[in-house]
Design a protein around this ligand. Structure first.
Ligand SMILES: [Cu+2]
Length: 524
């Protein structure tokens, strides 16, 4: 699809968001009938650079090298971490039924690992990529081969380093599993990946050292910029205006290209939007266009049309956008929810922009105005109203066999470092003694700092999360989707009153939700 390809980037001789977005074969070419998932992909005859299936259920091979290199995604040149010299990391695009085999070589000075977010890894938990949880980290100059099986799942997700804060420095890429039998497949002609990230001008290991010191005070540093598909435009004059000097070996240029999407009038685009941020929630919109939500975190939902979409950290949505506006150029906006940040950052422009350019439109930047009116969001730092979306395949919430109530707090540990606590326990990672090893060996007693809760297979668990602090927080469960049966701002869980608000009839299912400020959420 040449009209969806990114124009070649130049940008002052430095690497600027250097990985073009993936392209897809058009929907019309999907095999309509007789799709056999057990056989994997069809021989589609398309360019296989981005890993479209080969046919015959073969395993698709990926060779990834993680390294450090200079790049300037927003125009500010610094050292970043990335995969195969690219940022964002290369997209993995599979058809449901495919398997991916990903050989990861660690060529940085720190141990690392790769996690495929939202993949259940049924029967293969050792490929989940969590340092200290499911594996030892991959040492420098060593390799580890992961497998991803898509027999049971499809949709929009992402993969990233799951060691320390490395993904914030660039080890993050899209993972897309297309379903030829997508129940919403008749609603779109083409697919586009939109990956949203926040960005800092300093390596995250340096920022983390301050945060995890007694001076850190739990003040997560606010980003310096935001990016769409690894591209953004930083205003370098903000540095001098705030007395920030550029260190030796770094530089700033004002002409970084923004991401550009070509629209063909009349076509219907499925935007697969991924919030791959470290700490930023976004409001997403396109001037002059509405959008129809059809997917939450790999679960197809009944189409629901809105003007503006909120995405919290690690959440994904697919929306349909129809190129039905006047032939012109329009801003795509990912506006950071600044109310969620702990501290102010004077150099940050929270309005992150990309261009949507219609075929046949005039040259020059868009002059469009943002959409107004309704939104799925109830407040500035809040998640969407969980009652507005319903999965296409309905499931009533089942009666739980167990209930866990977790109180979430932040406070100083015994070394006066601010940490998060679940029921007064802060997680104490043992990178070289993964919990999974103990589980597979039949261990039933774990160190208190690992906060392990043991379950029998097929139990139904109700998880109540009580947020005792004013900040909101993402909550993500590995290996499962959950139903969000309640989500209440500013009110803690009450065993008598709270269940009266439960939505048990086909509640939204997903893998990443939000703890509301001083409120609670209930998951099953
Ligand atoms: Cu995950």
């Amino acid at each position: 699809m040449p009209h969806l390809c990114q124009p070649t980037l130049t940008g002052s001789g430095v690497i600027l968001g250097n990985n073009p977005p993936p392209t897809f074969p058009p929907r019309d070419d999907y095999p309509a009938e007789g799709w056999d998932y057990s056989k994997g992909s069809y021989g589609d005859g398309y360019d296989h650079d981005y890993g479209h299936g080969d046919g015959g259920g073969e395993v698709l091979q990926y060779d990834f090298t993680i390294s450090k290199f200079p790049a300037a995604p927003d125009g500010y040149l610094r050292d970043i971490y990335g995969v195969n010299g690219q940022y964002p990391a290369p997209p993995i695009i599979l058809n449901k039924g495919d398997k991916a085999s990903i050989r990861v070589k660690n060529h940085i000075e720190f141990p690392t690992s790769i996690h495929a977010h939202g993949m259940h890894q049924r029967g293969t938990p050792w490929y989940d990529g969590v340092t200290g949880g499911t594996q030892c980290p991959i040492p420098t100059e060593e390799t580890f081969t992961y497998e991803i099986d898509t027999a049971y799942q499809s949709g929009t997700t992402w993969y990233h380093s799951h060691t320390s804060s490395q993904y914030v420095d660039g080890i993050v890429g899209p993972l897309i599993i297309r379903d030829p039998k997508d129940p919403n497949g008749h609603l779109y002609d083409e697919e586009i990946v939109v990956i949203l990230t926040d960005w800092w001008h300093t390596l995250s290991s340096k920022l983390l050292r301050v945060l995890l010191s007694p001076e850190g005070n739990g003040n997560t540093p606010t980003p310096d910029a935001g990016l769409i598909n690894g591209k953004g435009r930083f205003n370098c004059s903000a540095l001098a205006a705030n007395n920030i000097t550029i260190p030796e070996g770094e530089s700033c240029s004002d002409d970084a290209p923004r991401e550009t999407f070509r629209f063909v009038p009349g076509r219907r685009y499925r935007l697969r939007i991924i919030n791959a941020s470290g700490d930023t929630n976004f409001h997403f919109s396109i001037d002059g266009h509405r959008m129809t939500v059809i997917e939450t975190d790999m679960i197809p939902v009944e189409p629901h049309t809105i003007d503006r979409l909120s995405l919290h950290v690690a959440q994904r949505y697919s929306v349909i956008v129809e190129a039905n506006a006047e032939v012109d150029n329009y801003w795509m906006r990912a506006e950071m929810m600044t109310d969620c940040f702990r501290v102010n950052n004077a150099i940050l422009d929270p309005m992150v922009l990309a261009e949507v350019r219609y075929d046949g439109s005039a040259v020059g930047e868009p002059t469009s105005e943002p959409v107004t009116s309704t939104s799925l969001t109830t407040g500035n730092c809040e998640d969407l109203d969980f009652r507005l979306l319903a999965p296409v395949v309905p499931q009533r919430a089942k009666e739980p066999t167990k209930q866990f109530i977790f109180n979430v707090t932040f406070g100083p540990d015994d070394q006066n470092i601010t940490r998060a606590f679940l029921n007064n326990v802060t997680y104490d990672i043992r990178p070289y003694s993964p919990i999974l090893n103990g589980v597979l060996e039949g261990q039933t007693v774990f160190p208190p700092g690992e906060n392990v809760y043991l379950l029998e297979k097929d139990e139904i668990v109700e998880i109540v999360l009580n947020n005792l602090i004013p900040g909101t927080h993402p909550f993500h469960l590995h290996g499962h989707d959950f139903q969000v049966i309640s989500w209440v701002n500013s009110t803690l869980y009450d065993p008598v009153e709270s269940p009266k608000l439960y939505n048990l009839d086909n509640p939204i299912r997903r893998d990443t939700s939000t703890l509301p400020s001083r409120g609670h959420t209930v998951l099953r």
